[in-house]
Design a protein around this ligand. Structure first.
Ligand SMILES: Nc1ncnc2c1ncn2[C@@H]1O[C@H](COP(=O)(O)OP(=O)(O)OP(=O)(O)O)[C@@H](O)[C@H]1O
Length: 296
């Protein structure tokens, strides 16, 4: 029997708008991430990466101004039409880390209090002593040299790299099956970014955590991911193993992305013609990286 991927997104459409004004942001996105897999979603700013992640996390739900259709399945739980209850149920099993750790940590509370709160979201009756013991173990796991001292600090007393580790330790403390990382560490220096990616890679290998990395940095993606999805203006245009994508990109947008890698600044990417022939058959799927088997 084939195992169902940890996360399966099928034909996801999203539009924002009210009072007759509608802006279509996603046009039929599909992707999957299996246990222990490292998958990247790449595309330039505004292409729809973050809204896809927020929908998958249950952080963005159907409302009068948000119109979503399609399916996002995580471990049998549907997110698209789910309410806050769904977000809560999946909360401990899907974790997200963001670009800037300081924005995810509360500056007015010590790390200890914030950590206890995270752990108690999964186990409300956890004692202070047990919560602290688990927090110290989680911090040690991300190579924080003096966990007790880190717990007694405020975020502003720790370096950017330390805060990033604290945020990852918190994200992982409840042992999520899926980790979504939105440009992790890009607000910090490249060393921290590299450390963060290494940690996430280790987690996928040792704990079987499924990782979805969101990035516009193809250099990072090449180092990190097993498979890559390329999104362009809300459409998935190419899906390949990382090796295939870098050896022989087939969509003109992917080719443009790859040719832009060595440029440090200037110009951005060229626009593709609206009626690019590839949009007649928009998604190019390379051989062997396939779609998940139907296991329902
Ligand atoms: N709450 C919202 N209301 C209206 N439009 C939105 C909202 N959130 C996102 N958008 C629009 O949806 C599109 C996709 O945004 P998204 O943040 O997913 O892009 P992205 O690929 O993650 O970009 P970046 O790399 O800059 O984060 C953009 O055009 C954005 O302006």
């Amino acid at each position: 029997m084939t195992r169902e991927p940890v996360l399966t997104i099928r034909d996801l459409h999203l539009a924002f708008g009210r009072w007759g004004r509608k802006s279509n942001v996603l046009h039929g996105i599909s992707l999957h991430v299996g246990a222990g897999e490292k998958v990247a979603l790449v595309g330039e700013s505004g292409s729809g990466k973050s809204v896809t992640a927020r929908l998958a996390m249950g952080l963005l739900q159907e409302s009068r101004a948000t119109h979503a259709t399609g399916s996002i399945r995580f471990d049998g739980i549907e997110a698209v039409k789910g309410g806050p209850e769904i977000a809560r149920r999946r909360g401990n099993r899907v974790a997200m880390i963001f670009q800037d750790p300081t924005s995810a940590l509360n500056p007015t509370f010590k790390i200890r209090g914030q950590f206890r709160e995270v752990l108690r979201s999964a186990e409300p009756r956890l004692s202070d002593a047990e919560a602290d013991r688990r927090a110290e173990a989680a911090l040690a796991e991300v190579s924080i040299p003096d966990p007790a001292r880190a717990l007694d600090s405020y975020a502003f007393q720790l370096s950017g790299g330390m805060n990033q580790r604290v945020m990852i330790a918190m994200a992982l403390a409840n042992r999520p099956e899926l980790l979504i990382a939105d440009e992790p560490g890009t607000a910090l220096d490249v060393t921290v970014q590299a450390q963060t990616l290494k940690l996430m890679g280790d987690l996928a290998a040792t704990r079987g955590t499924a990782v979805l990395l969101i990035s516009h940095n193809l250099g990072v993606v090449r180092e990190f991911a097993d498979r890559v999805y390329v999104i362009y203006r809300g459409r998935m245009v190419e899906h390949a193993t990382t090796k295939q994508l870098f050896a022989a990109p087939r969509h003109p947008y992917t080719q443009a992305l790859l040719s832009a890698i060595p440029k440090i600044s200037g110009g951005g990417l060229p626009d593709l013609p609206e009626r690019s022939p590839d949009f007649e058959r928009p998604l190019i799927v390379h051989e062997g990286c396939g779609e998940p088997a139907e296991v329902l």
